[in-house]
Design a protein around this ligand. Structure first.
Ligand SMILES: [Zn+2]
Length: 707
């Protein structure tokens, strides 16, 4: 499905979340899986010395972050953030440092306190506390992991050795994928885009070990490609292949993946939901892909009787099918061995984990050192049994008052958006009526699920980190596969409560805000309205606008792909959207490295709509209570709104990470999200008295106005 691009390719699970505020953090070094030990809990605490450090301070709005020596009309990003940028280099264990990473870092520290406290207490067998505790213990017990070495991988490697037929191979592909090691292509379960009440099985392009097809095909990634070959050979040598053979095999793997990369669509082309939706009967799929034993694969998924499936990119599967035929089974076994070790390395001994980091952290993202062990362990728990951890997190850190205040803010933003839809001068009455029907159906979720996921059937042991990850992945895959053809669960969440992010789901037509983001600098009860509307207000407006961006507008109020636009209105929308494409194409993230205006279009439209709507909502709040219309720290409410928004996007980033994100991330780099929406709004120029001829000025005929 179209939203798999929110994650790194190679992931076994398709992300069925839709359009987020930020790119989701890839699972540990872009991978999957896991294990663990320990007799005495009290002893462990000392052994690990894992007592939480004091939480980093709350990263709230501050005029101290500004550099007032920079004129706002010359460089608004540095005017709003210059001092922060100077004083907050990227920490050695990160590849990017920004307001949301500061906040997420604080959440990790709060989670560390929770983990230490569950370790210090006795918990009921099979309770969420027991699972979180034992998962953490298993991840922290590095002595045991060193003793185990590569033993946890042996069963999988033996299974690959024994494969003699294509059928056995694809059974293994399915099983490994479902316990965390995806390969060959992507698979996922999501609402049917044309029948949003029912889950469908999707097969998509995939199977790569690097983040995107560009890494295989473009000159600018030659260095990473070369390093990838070395990395693959090293890992294969670690699992026992003689060095020469490992080197030879790394060449084979790169050849196979390059062929798959060539058959893959670009991320910008994946944005068109209609062009990426192709429903086939199982019988058709069997005929279309004669070298991919589809029935065997589906049988292994427990879906033998399923009538149909959706193949998002049939051209990819076509090429893959031919590749299966043209390359010997022995090569595919090598490829599968690589993807098994690649996905599981972070949950093995330090040799495997360090080598995985050397490529996925250092080469791909310029990260200097790994995050502390406790933090990597917390990320693994969040990725694997995140709602169990989330339940403990919200008990401590989500005050009920936050939900009430959020509901009020969402209501205020909704009122503005609805009025806009009613008045929009470029839309016909026919399309408008349908837009309003869609708008009136959309809903919101705030904080955390009403009912948390039940993990009681997942066995989590204190001495089996690898097994814990595998079992949690398998639980999740089975849970999803079992619902193909069944009704969609509208109460489900696609982010854990501790996440600093938000999303819009086009199939459900809803906006969702986890507890993690409902804190400063996004949401701050101690700050004035201007600062809050410039932060969480814009986030709310951003998610609402996703329902009407270049992709979202193709779904109706029921969440189905369905063209409800007149041809003229669609043309008018596209002309306006083209201005956004042109604007962001003009931004350079690094010298010579331009933002991809088409890939980032949906997010940029959402930033623009969100900003414009939040600004008007602030004006309404100020009109209601004129006592709020006063200067604070020497700034008017309008000025504080735009400064607050720019501060949300304060960012420092390493070069490799900037290149990776420009390639894979549908969101624009922070420094452009901090000014991109502003320069389309006359209200911004008025607030800072910015005149024609200055660097920030954008001629009125170039400015985009959509919602
Ligand atoms: Zn978004």
């Amino acid at each position: 499905m179209p939203w798999c691009f929110a994650k790194d390719s190679g992931d076994h699970k398709l992300s069925n979340h839709p359009w987020t505020f930020l790119l989701k953090f890839p699972k540990l070094n872009c991978m999957q899986f896991m294990f663990r030990l320990l007799a005495s809990v009290v002893a462990t605490l000392f052994l690990f010395n894992s007592v939480a450090e004091p939480s980093p301070k709350i990263p709230r709005f501050s005029v101290d972050y500004m550099d007032k020596s920079v004129a706002p009309d010359a460089d608004f990003f540095h005017y709003a953030n210059g001092n922060w940028v100077k004083n907050n280099p990227v920490p050695p264990d990160k590849s990017r440092w920004a307001s949301f990473t500061e906040l997420q870092e604080r959440n990790w520290y709060l989670i560390h306190e929770i983990l230490d406290s569950v370790c210090a207490e006795k918990s009921a067998p099979n309770s969420d506390e027991q699972k979180v505790r034992d998962f953490f213990l298993s991840a922290m017990d590095t002595n045991h992991l060193e003793q185990l070495g590569f033993k946890p991988l042996q069963a999988g490697l033996k299974r690959i050795d024994k494969i003699k037929t294509r059928e056995e191979f694809f059974r293994a592909v399915a099983d490994f994928r479902h316990s965390g090691a995806g390969s060959c292509f992507g698979e996922g379960v999501s609402p049917d885009l044309k029948n949003s009440g029912v889950y469908a099985l999707y097969l998509t392009q995939g199977g790569l070990g690097m983040p995107d097809r560009d890494y295989y095909l473009k000159d600018s990634f030659a260095k990473q490609r070369q390093a990838y070959g070395v990395h693959v050979a090293k890992m294969l040598a670690m699992i026992g292949e003689p060095e020469d053979e490992a080197k030879k095999n790394s060449v084979t793997i790169l050849e196979l993946e390059t062929a798959m990369a060539k058959a893959s669509k670009s991320r910008a082309d994946l944005r068109d939901p209609i062009a990426n939706y192709h429903k086939f009967t199982v019988a058709q799929a069997v005929t279309n892909y004669p070298h991919l034993p589809m029935l065997v694969y589906l049988d292994e998924c427990g879906l033998k009787k399923m009538p149909d499936l959706i193949i998002s990119q049939p051209e990819f599967l076509d090429a893959f099918d031919k590749l299966v035929e043209s390359r010997p089974l022995a090569e595919w076994k090598t490829y599968l061995r690589w993807h098994l070790v690649r996905a599981t390395a972070p949950y093995l001994n330090s040799a495997a984990e360090d080598e995985s980091f050397a490529f996925n952290g250092k080469v791909l993202r310029d990260q200097e050192v790994q995050e502390p062990r406790w933090q990597r362990s917390a990320r693994a728990i969040d990725a694997e049994i995140g709602e169990a951890l989330g339940k403990l997190f919200v008990e401590k850190h989500f005050p009920p008052a936050a939900r009430a205040r959020m509901l009020e803010l969402v209501g205020n933003l909704k009122a503005v958006f609805r009025d806009r839809l009613q008045k929009l001068e470029w839309m016909s009455e026919t399309t408008r009526a349908k837009a309003l029907v869609k708008f009136d159906r959309f809903t919101q979720k705030i904080g955390h699920p009403e009912k948390f996921r039940d993990y009681s059937t997942v066995k989590i042991k204190p001495d089996d980190y690898f097994g814990n990850v595998q079992r949690a992945d398998l639980f999740e895959a089975k849970r999803e596969l079992a619902r193909v053809g069944k009704s969609v669960d509208r109460t489900e969440w696609h982010m854990t409560p501790e996440t600093v992010n938000a999303y819009y789901s086009p199939s459900i037509n809803e906006i969702v805000f986890p507890a993690g983001i409902l804190q400063p600098p996004f949401f701050d009860a101690d700050m004035d309205d201007a600062v809050n509307y410039g932060a969480i207000g814009v986030v709310i407006g951003h998610e609402m606008t996703h329902g009407y961006d270049d992709q979202g507008r193709k779904y109706d109020g029921e969440g189905n792909l369905n063209d409800w636009w007149t041809a003229d209105d669609a043309k008018a929308f596209e002309a306006r959207a083209q201005k956004v494409v042109d604007q962001y194409n003009g931004y350079e993230a690094l010298p010579g490295l331009h933002v991809n205006g088409k890939l980032t279009l949906g997010e940029n439209i959402a930033d623009l709509g969100g900003t414009s709507i939040a600004y008007e909502a602030l004006q309404r709040a100020l009109a209601k209570d004129p006592s709020k219309r006063k200067k604070i720290d020497g700034f008017t409410p309008e000025q504080r709104f735009f400064i607050s928004l720019a501060q949300i996007w304060r960012t420092n980033i390493r070069e490799a990470e900037a290149r990776r994100l420009v390639t894979v991330d549908p969101h624009s780099p922070g420094q452009f999200r901090a000014i991109g929406p502003h320069v389309n709004l006359q209200e911004f120029y008025d607030a800072f008295d910015i005149k024609s001829g200055s660097a920030m000025w954008r001629e009125p005929e170039l400015r985009a106005k959509i919602w």
